[in-house]
Design a protein around this ligand. Structure first.
Ligand SMILES: *Cc1c(COP(=O)(O)O)cnc(C)c1O
Length: 392
């Protein structure tokens, strides 16, 4: 390392001193309710693979067939020669599944949010963004160079106040997640949509953690709250409950045409590989015809959150398979994590800047494929360590 780069060492030391050091744990094998880490089988309570589809036999088969027929790589961007027909099929299925006019597939959720927000508001617009929105939304807002106003979390009255204080603007957008990724609570979408309508604002919802989880057959919270086809844009990911990879945006025919022509994170990137597209298609087919996995997911969620409350943990309101077990302090959170792993339980600690300062937590996520035995083992460890560390 050269003298010119010595700042890197200093910066790394600062990260360590703040208790914010991040590093990997390597998973040896497929994404399942139990995974192998350092040769030991651990109960996995931190995956977004809510339905266990990431290693589902039907998705395997779809991927293998797609590789045989279409090969491995996407080849080029969609607008050059990378628009494999599986893209079209996936988009048609997604639009039908979400009950929206049309859908457009993006390479990742991060790119989808970064790609749409600047298109919607242009430089001179204004964006009203929930205080706890995901990093990809925050970066989309920044990239747009529009004015941004942060409204209090899931608070339509607070949002209305922000809008009224903001005064005049050309194009305005409200953006929120439906299920919040680190808190697991659900935005009051109908009330927010009412503010949007009253004030002549566009509205966009990120359904990364709602797709496959909420609404009829996993159609999402927008569907569940009766807003399908009513909003400017509904974004979601394919890499979480759907067990594949990538993301999509649903909206009007005109919106999708505009994105194809203007969205830089869509235009200037390689198409998803055929196997990824095929597994996403298969996941949607599976959800449309069979709700069993989703029911198992919810049964596990209800059981686990009830037990955590009974043990005396602060888990806030948990309205989804994401359960935040609040701790507060960074080091204590990571110590809890370490001790859990010694007991063969994998739950990640979440610290700032992913969550607000002073609100470090264990983020627990349930899966459809957890057995009762898995959950009991985890509860036992949580109880013992929670007491050792004086959290309960
Ligand atoms: C995971 C996530 C994303 C990003 O999606 P990727 O496909 O993983 O890039 C965007 N928004 C929210 C709320 C998320 O949780």
């Amino acid at each position: 390392m050269s003298w010119a780069e010595s700042w890197i060492v200093k910066e790394l030391a600062e990260i360590k001193d703040a208790g914010l050091w991040r590093s990997f744990r390597s998973v040896q094998g497929a994404q399942e309710a139990r995974v192998k880490i350092n040769g030991r089988e651990v109960v996995n309570l931190c995956s977004n693979n809510y339905l266990g589809l990431a290693n589902h036999p039907r998705l395997h088969e779809a991927a293998q067939k797609a590789v045989k027929k279409f090969g491995c790589g996407g080849g080029a961007s969609r607008l050059i020669c990378g628009n494999n027909v599986l893209n079209d099929e996936l988009e048609e299925r997604l639009a039908r599944f979400k009950r929206e006019e049309r859908a457009l597939v993006f390479s990742t959720g991060y790119q989808a949010n970064m790609g749409i927000i600047p298109v919607l508001t242009g430089r001179d617009g204004i964006i009203f963004s929930d205080r706890l929105n995901h990093a990809s939304i925050i970066d989309g807002v920044r990239l747009s160079r529009s004015k941004a106003r942060i409204y209090p979390h899931c608070d339509p009255a607070g949002l209305r106040k922000e809008v009224e204080e903001a005064g005049g603007y050309d194009r305005g957008l409200i953006v929120t997640e439906s299920v919040f990724s680190m808190d697991g609570d659900i935005a009051p979408l109908a009330e927010i949509a009412q503010v949007a309508e009253e004030k002549g604002l566009m509205m966009m919802v990120d359904e990364a953690h709602a797709t496959g989880v909420l609404g009829e057959n996993g159609r999402g919270a927008v569907n569940e709250q009766g807003l399908a086809g009513e909003l400017t844009a509904v974004m979601g990911t394919l890499g979480k409950a759907l067990g594949s990879f990538g993301a999509y945006i649903c909206g009007s025919n005109e919106l999708i045409d505009l994105l194809i022509n203007r969205s830089r994170t869509f235009i200037f990137t390689t198409s998803l590989p055929p196997a990824v597209l095929a597994t996403a298609i298969e996941a949607i087919k599976l959800l449309e015809t069979n709700d069993t996995l989703r029911r198992l997911l919810w049964a596990n969620t209800k059981y686990f959150s009830k037990e955590l409350v009974q043990l005396g943990f602060d888990v806030r309101v948990s309205e989804s398979p994401i359960i935040p077990l609040m701790i507060g302090e960074n080091d204590l959170t990571m110590e809890f994590c370490r001790r859990l792993l010694e007991r063969d339980i994998l739950i990640q600690g979440i610290r700032p800047p992913t969550v607000p300062k002073g609100s470090a937590r264990l983020r627990i996520t349930l899966m459809a494929t957890h057995s009762r035995e898995d959950l009991e083992k985890a509860l036992e460890a949580l109880k013992d360590i929670g007491r050792e560390l004086h959290i309960i």
